[in-house]
Write a protein that binds this ligand. Structure first.
Ligand code: AMP
Ligand code: MG
Length: 353
């Protein structure tokens, strides 16, 4: 299959291209599209067979449900049986935006996409290409991230093409994603908001809106040996091709800890790649060649680190490093989402700084 990449700079002027994408989706085909979080791999969310093609293209386990992307409130009511007061509050505050609400589903939602659950994940993206495409399709769009299962999520059209070329007919290119980590998933089916996956709508933002007593973290996120409530969170994920180990601790101790570990690994004959902050990489230029470094941004600038993290992981796909070391961030604010992805990418291999 030939994969066409169409750059969308102006959703009004490029109506025809978006209509074409809508047509492919209505006919059961797949279209990769930009959102403010990561690129999605979309299918008609009311068509079980179309959604099955997403699982095939990604190699995704069938028990891992898909999120339905909607363009407006009436599409929410089309697929959600009930919107509790808690969800209304979250929607008023954060939608459209990088948040997914888990709600009771209507029967119109195909079983194929819910992994057998009686709930459905619903997200209203803010990105104007995503919104225009959903409107052009006229149906809710089921979409996971547009990567091969287990790989880092794509935040550019090039990264999508790297995984999906030949597997899908169309990629809409809207440029790099603004947030760079997937949506915050919040279970709204109980009396408290439960964060199942951290994202750019942070725990602190939810607590400020709902109060400390009304926001919980899924215990699986903080290391408890329980099955995560978001089925996708139990799989290894975001993994670069070479094994990654994280170094965690005080920013001021980082560079020293990296140096020690790099020297140890190099003495064993390893070619070491480093994914770290600008500050740490600067200190390592005498022992790590520039092409084996990925700079994820400045230490204190979490939004930039989130936006860069998947490209940094993917940048080692065709570099000779056989082991990777990564720098951990704080787990406050957006840091919780970044550290969640880094822990999964490293299979929870960590060293203290
Ligand atoms: P992806 O979009 O590839 O990042 O994957 C979507 C994530 O949402 C996965 O972790 C899913 O397990 C999770 N998810 C989707 N629907 C539900 C649901 N109804 N309940 C819990 N988690 C869900
Ligand atoms: Mg994913």
């Amino acid at each position: 299959m030939d994969t066409k990449i169409v750059k969308i700079d102006d959703v009004k002027a490029q109506r025809d291209e978006l209509q074409h994408a809508g047509e492919i989706l209505r006919q059961g085909g797949l279209v990769a599209f930009p959102t403010e979080t990561v690129y999605g791999l979309g299918a008609n969310g009311l068509d079980g067979e179309a959604c099955a093609r997403i699982y095939d293209a990604k190699g995704r386990p069938s028990d891992n449900p898909l999120i339905l992307h909607v363009a407006n409130r009436s599409m929410v009511d089309q697929v959600a049986a009930k919107v509790p007061a808690l969800a209304e509050k979250l929607m008023a505050a954060f939608c459209p935006g990088p948040i997914t609400l888990i709600l009771r589903r209507r029967s119109i939602v195909p079983d194929r996409i819910t992994g057998g659950l009686d709930t459905v994940g619903i997200r209203m993206p803010e990105d104007d290409v995503a919104r225009a495409m959903i409107k052009a399709a006229g149906v809710p769009i089921a979409a996971p991230s547009a990567n091969i299962s287990g790989r880092p999520s794509p935040t550019t059209a090039e990264a999508v093409a790297g995984d999906m070329a030949g597997r899908i007919p169309l990629i809409l290119d809207g440029g790099p994603c603004r947030f760079g980590v997937e949506s915050t998933i919040v279970d709204c089916t109980g009396d408290k908001a439960v964060i199942l996956r951290p994202g750019a709508v942070t725990r602190e933002m939810l607590t400020e809106l709902l109060g400390e007593d009304h926001v919980n973290l899924d215990p699986a996120l903080v290391g408890a040996k329980v099955v995560p409530k978001a089925p996708g969170m139990k799989y290894t994920h975001y993994a670069p091709k070479a094994p990654l180990t994280l170094i965690e601790g005080m920013p001021t101790r980082m560079a020293r800890a990296f140096r020690r570990e790099i020297e140890r690994l190099q003495a064993q004959g390893h070619t070491v790649g480093v994914i770290a902050s600008h500050e740490v990489l600067q200190e390592l230029s005498d022992i790590v060649p520039a092409e084996l470094m990925a700079d994820y941004g400045h230490q204190q600038q979490l939004p930039a680190i989130a936006a860069n993290i998947y490209e940094a992981l993917r940048s080692f796909d065709d570099k000779p490093a056989d082991v990777l070391l990564g720098e951990g961030t704080t787990d406050e604010g957006l840091g919780l989402a970044i550290m969640n992805r880094l822990h999964k990418a490293s299979g929870f291999r960590t060293l203290p700084a």
